[in-house]
Structure formats: structure tokens, C-alpha cells
Design a binder for this molecule. Structure first.
Ligand code: ADE
Length: 268
């Protein structure tokens, strides 16, 4: 019996359908049932379908992997059950972009998330073991994505990261319409630090400007705090940035103009 599992509301705008092919569907369930993702499902903004690749295996042991041709360590995921699962998804909702999650893929960034958020159906294939038979990548996949330069035990956590980061970009998913636009990375800088009550916590005070109610000074403080953080942690991000004259003046007044210009030149 197939154990496909889906999270979807019956009505709603359905901005995005995700289908995830995995041999460990249980690994994915609970993160999809919490917080903003859960709310987006309830509101009908996304639907998530999990498919157990093992259900599409045709041999009596429900095998999904085999030894590599040419010898070597480990096991390789067989092509037949993956393709059968892809065809099953294609019958339910044709036209999805098929993504293979693997450490060999193109690197996932906020820009890629924004690009994928423009699709209406993403089908993700989660590899395990030493990888997936390469004929899948060559003939059945539209895109191959890595979430970073490290190796996971499988693509499931990477698929969750895509679902999470794409969902929050969809229209109406975040409560405040422009909060995705104010994110770290959306403006090319790391996000400024945030504070909430109490005003003084164990002798550590909130920066006084944040208590003034002066919106312009607060916005300037946030901008400068973002630039300082970006210079300290991710100067490479500044290579892509150009600032308005007003911001250049602020950078100058805070002794940061030269440093930001050096950071840009250093990465040209
Ligand atoms: N599977 C294993 N490692 C991965 C990574 N870094 N990104 C995406 N999928 C993976």
C-alpha cells in the first residue's frame, strides 16, 4: 500500500505545490506541521505532498538502492522507483519543475529562493547513500541544488530548507507584507540586530536611539548597524552593493565609507 502523505487545505489560492520524493517521509512531517508552514497550508497558500520512493519499487523487498557499477563503496539509488514516483506525481499535477537535492548542485541562495518562488509546482528528489543513478539527473531533472558546501546524510533536510525559505516569500504568507523585503540578504546586507523588552536586562541596555521614537535616526542606526555587521562577517556581500549619496554621507559620518569601498574593490 502506498503511504503518500499530504498536507493541504481543500480551498485556497495554492500559490505553490511541493512534492517531495524520499525514502524517509517521516523525517519531513513534523517540521511541516508547525509555525508559518502550517499556517500557509491551512490558508491554502501551499500544499505539500510526500511520496515514499520505496512504494514505487517493484521487487518483493521494495529495494531502492543497489551496488555501484564499476565497484566502490556504498550504494546508489536505483532509477526505476524514482522515475515511477515522478510519473505518479506528473499524473497528479503535470508541469512541475523537478529539483534534485545533492551536494553537487548549484548553490542555494536567497536569489535562487526568489527565482523558485515564481514557480507554481516544485518536485524535489531527495538522494541518499552515495547518490542517485546519474541518469536521473541527466534525463528527469530540471535543476540540481546544494544548500551549502557540506555533506548531509540525504537531501531531506535540504528539501525542507527550500520549502521553508520559498514559502515565506509567497504573497501573503508573512503577516507583514514587506517583512521578507527587509530580510537579511534581501537588501544585500546582513540584518541589523533587534531588541525587545526589557529596556535593561542584567545590566545590558538596549541601544538608546531605539527608545527615542525618532524614526529617521532609528532607520540610520539600523543601516549603520547592518553595514558594520556585514563588514565584520560577510564583506563579500558588499561587493555587489552601491549606495545612494545620502547613505554614502552616513557611511562617511560613521567612518565606514572607506571600509565599504575597500570591501567592494577587494571583490571586483
Ligand atoms: N544531500 C547531501 N548533502 C546535500 C547538500 N549539501 N545540499 C543538498 N542536498 C544534499
Amino acid at each position: 500500500m502506498r503511504t503518500s502523505w499530504w498536507l493541504a487545505s481543500l480551498d485556497g489560492p495554492f500559490f505553490m505545490r511541493f512534492d517531495i520524493l524520499t525514502i524517509f517521509p517521516d523525517l519531513l512531517k513534523s517540521p511541516l506541521e508547525e509555525g508559518i508552514i502550517r499556517r500557509a497550508v491551512k490558508a491554502g497558500e501551499i500544499a505539500v505532498h510526500l511520496h515514499n520512493i520505496r512504494d514505487f519499487s517493484t521487487d518483493k523487498h521494495a529495494t531502492t538502492d543497489d551496488r555501484p557499477y564499476g565497484g566502490g563503496e556504498g550504494m546508489v539509488m536505483k532509477p526505476e522507483p524514482i522515475v515511477a514516483a515522478l510519473r505518479h506525481v506528473g499524473e497528479a499535477a503535470a508541469g512541475g519543475k523537478v529539483i534534485l537535492l545533492s551536494p553537487q548542485g548549484r548553490k542555494y541562495t536567497q536569489e535562487v529562493a526568489e527565482e523558485l518562488a515564481g514557480q507554481d509546482h516544485l518536485v524535489m528528489v531527495c538522494g541518499r547513500y552515495e547518490g542517485v543513478d546519474d541518469r536521473i539527473r541527466l534525463h528527469y531533472v530540471d535543476d540540481e541544488i546544494s544548500i551549502g558546501d557540506y555533506v548531509l546524510t540525504g537531501g531531506e533536510l535540504a528539501a525542507l530548507i527550500l520549502v521553508d525559505s520559498i514559502t515565506r516569500l509567497l504573497p501573503g504568507v508573512l503577516g507583514c507584507a514587506d517583512s521578507a523585503a527587509r530580510d537579511t540578504f534581501s537588501r544585500g546586507l546582513l540584518k541589523n540586530p533587534q531588541y525587545t523588552r526589557p529596556r535593561v536586562f542584567e545590566n545590558h541596555a538596549v541601544p538608546p536611539v531605539l527608545l527615542t521614537g525618532d524614526h529617521e535616526s532609528i532607520a540610520e542606526w539600523r543601516f549603520i548597524a547592518s553595514v558594520r555587521l556585514t563588514l565584520a562577517r560577510r564583506p563579500d556581500l558588499l561587493a555587489e552593493m552601491t549606495f545612494s549619496n545620502k547613505k554614502r554621507k552616513l557611511l562617511f559620518q560613521n567612518g565606514l565609507l572607506e571600509a565599504t569601498e575597500d570591501a567592494s574593490r577587494g571583490h571586483c
